[in-house]
Design a protein around this ligand. Structure first.
Ligand code: TYM
Length: 345
């Protein structure tokens, strides 16, 4: 939570989050995002989850067949992980034109300096920023539009998206202030649980990422049991036994990462896990982690493969979700235009 700023109590609680279909899903996406999205759908709040295909083209223009496949695969990943498209709204961003429309308005609210401070922009554009797309620079304004188009009050994300959700708050606050309204909520980033930052298996100082050149650094949701076991066996660790309390992991990033993954997969706290495994060597703990990961992930990857056999059904689910999303988004966009003074006849 950004200190000192309160969420307006006038807004009905509503959850929104999104994932880019920019490559295969990793264990980081699953534990840091999807699994938590699924948990949210039973909390009695409206939940809206998006495949953000317009964000996916900001860094790379994919072969159209690849983008289509990745979009369906991500939708299949959401559903296979337990997301119920009847309970939650599940759709892809480009089918609801209001995202890009509100994104344009927010391009005019956000300041260049705000965007330049975004660490994701600095990381992704790197030294070659003159050659980065304008879309990559404006990315956070479109993300703010994704969220605020639904007056979402909560956004479950991994740690790496915190700055973007804070920028969303800044955009909402500036819009409300400039037009003298209390129209957009000041959204809360929800970053909780043991796995809000799953790290690379090869380097405990780097985030597990689909864009890491080394496949050994990550567990993909489509990895089979042998691949998962091999990656965990080769995961970097240190020579010491596991401690019995979380404090003992403070200076041990690789060990902490494996314990966090274990805790998130078995839905226990890190202290509960360490109470059981404290004193064990990695030679004993790693096979326990592999078995747990395979037991949790194999049913999901099998179900993803099954769903991918009927892409038309996935498309129909996304289409129905888009209709439901538009029904919420269109009146909010219309009110935004009215506030700004754009004539709508
Ligand atoms: P993306 O597609 O990079 O990642 C999707 C979600 O997965 C989380 N995540 C992780 N969590 C823990 N450990 C990791 N190693 C890890 N890697 C990824 C991310 O934090 C994220 O929650 N900008 C967003 C997509 C987006 C969005 C939105 C999110 C667009 N519009 C509106 C929320 C609301 C992104 O690039 O996520």
């Amino acid at each position: 939570m950004t200190e000192g700023v309160q969420t307006s109590p006038a807004f009905t609680p509503r959850v929104f989050s999104g994932i880019q279909p920019s490559g295969g899903l990793t264990l980081g996406n699953y534990l840091g995002a999807i699994k938590r999205f699924v948990d949210k759908q039973d909390e009695g709040i409206e939940t809206i989850y998006c495949v953000v295909d317009q964000h996916a083209i900001t860094a790379t223009l994919f072969d159209p067949a690849v983008l289509r496949r990745q979009t369906r695969e991500l939708a299949a990943g959401y559903i296979a992980s337990g997301l119920d498209p009847e309970k939650s709204i599940l759709f892809n961003q480009s089918q609801v034109a209001e995202h890009a429309q509100l994104g344009w308005i927010f391009n005019c609210i956000a300041r260049m300096g705000w965007m330049q401070r975004m660490t994701q922009w600095k990381d992704k554009a790197g030294k070659n920023s003159q050659n980065a797309s304008l879309g990559l620079f404006a990315y956070p304004a479109l993300m703010a539009a994704d969220i605020l188009l639904y007056h979402a009050t909560e956004v479950p994300v991994g740690e790496d998206q915190k700055q973007h959700v804070e920028l969303t708050r800044d955009i909402a606050a500036k819009f409300n202030h400039d037009y003298g309204v209390d129209f957009f909520p000041i959204t809360e980033p929800v970053i909780e649980g043991a796995a809000t930052r799953v790290m690379s298996l090869r380097d405990g100082s780097k985030k597990m990422s689909k864009s890491d050149p080394s496949d050994m650094s990550r567990i993909n949701m489509t990895d089979d049991a042998d691949a998962i076991a091999a990656k965990i066996r080769k995961a970097r660790t240190d020579p010491d036994a596991l401690p019995s309390e979380a404090k003992g992991l403070e200076e041990r990033p690789e060990a902490r990462n494996l314990v966090n993954i274990y805790a998130a997969l078995c839905e226990q706290s890190v202290d509960q896990v360490l109470a059981d495994v404290g004193g064990k060597q990695f030679s004993e703990f790693k096979p326990m982690l592999s078995d747990l990961a395979v037991a949790k992930l194999a049913p999901i990857s099998n179900e993803m493969a099954r769903l991918m056999e009927t892409p038309d059904e996935i498309d129909a689910i996304l289409g129905r979700g888009a209709d439901r999303a538009r029904a919420i988004a269109a009146p909010i966009l219309k009110q935004t235009y009215d506030i700004i003074g754009m004539v709508q006849s």
